[in-house]
Design a protein. Sequence first.
Length: 294
Amino acid sequence: MNTGGLRYKYATLSIAEKLIAINVVVFILNALLPFLLGLSQNAIDKWFELPKDFFDFLMQPWSLITYSFFHGGFMHLFWNMLLLYFSSRIFLNLFGDRKFINVYFLGVIAGGLLFMFSYNVLPGLLNIATSGIIGASAGVTAILIFICTYIPNQEVRVIFFNIKLWYLGAFVVLSDLIQIPYGTNAGGHIAHLGGAFLGYMYARQLTNGRDIGEGFSNFIDGITNLFKGKEKKGPLKTVYKKQAKSSNAKRPVNYEKESRQRKIDAILDKISKSGYENLSKAEKDFLFKAGKED
């Protein structure tokens, strides 16, 4: 298989599938390189895990994001990526890549911050022996709880029966709460709850017409623009604008855009009332394409 083929296939993946691919590649490299180079098992991930100590975090601030790309074992990776795949299919039918990235990585950040706060403030966790956390669970949980909050009455198939999304979301949150006092992964469950809280708040605010991730998107855009080369400018031109006929002249109305938005609103309203499964194929296709263009 040639490189061009791989690049093409990667380019055709959804944003969630690209994240899954990156996580799988990181997992393989993190397992192979230490073995081949004769290093300790955690020689690589110790530089990318999120430490519980705040001063250790200041020495590797990138870990607030990078911890989400490393996993402690195959089953840890498998379940995270499986849940991300299925929850992202619903998410990306409603919204585009930009909002997906917002919810996912803000969930990762929220989960990491709650983990550090808890292990440095709560007395019951201060003496628990743990160096840090790894795993994409906080971001995955944020995506799942987002859709459970945004379309709570939508039913999904779980093994042999249908269940409403809000039931599934409640089960996930309660499961993490119950498991905090037991086992050795209290930090992981706390991070899940941080991601869940972010997903819930994002969906609630978006329902009210406010996108709390817009600032994060602008920040990412700013960083991206730093690495882009300056575009070559053509020769300078003098452009003469025609004087407006009237100071009260109105801008032309984009009827096509307004019609498209009305159709999107009508479909979303139908989802909230009767569920996603009651949409026609044409409506699902339209919503999917609209989300891609968002």
